[in-house]
Design a binder for this molecule. Sequence first.
Ligand SMILES: [Zn+2]
Length: 194
Amino acid sequence: MTASPETERRVARQLAPEDAVHPGAANHNAGSVLAPTGSPETSGDRAFMEQALALAREAGELGEIPVGALAVRDGLVIGRGYNRREIDRDPLAHAELIALKQAASQLGAWRLANVVLYVTLEPCAMCAGAMVQGRIARLVYGADDPKTGAAGSLYNLVEEARHNHRPAVTRGVLADESSKLLVDFFRGLRVKGG
Ligand SMILES: [Zn+2]
């Protein structure tokens, strides 16, 4: 009597060492950087983050979730953005994408070499992806976003080892101010909503 294919598969699984997954999966998981590494804060970071916070406040005053972003190159601001999703009725209208788009048109190039992006909240997957696509040099953000953050919280697309471009990341710059802005905004909504 010969063993059924199911029995053979079971035996093969029992014989295989614990970590013997198919080679593709092994490669896939081995290359993924999930633990954030991070680069240290530099002297100008706080001042630029203050400007990003001012942009976030502008968004909040318009009834938008208060997130602001600033694109800086060689110490000069070349892009500014704040969340405009509701006003523009545009799922792409995140602060970061607006700032990156402005920076690209300032530079006349899609490649945002030497650009540092400051954003008050950890970027989502869409924005983190755009930062990698735009080859920015560095991302500096304020508060972590455990729900949708793609720079270390939920995913880490920015420091992903399998990408051929990895911006440096600095986390937690004026994080308290940034999250207070968000907390106050949502508290205000609840009060208004009753
Ligand atoms: Zn985003």
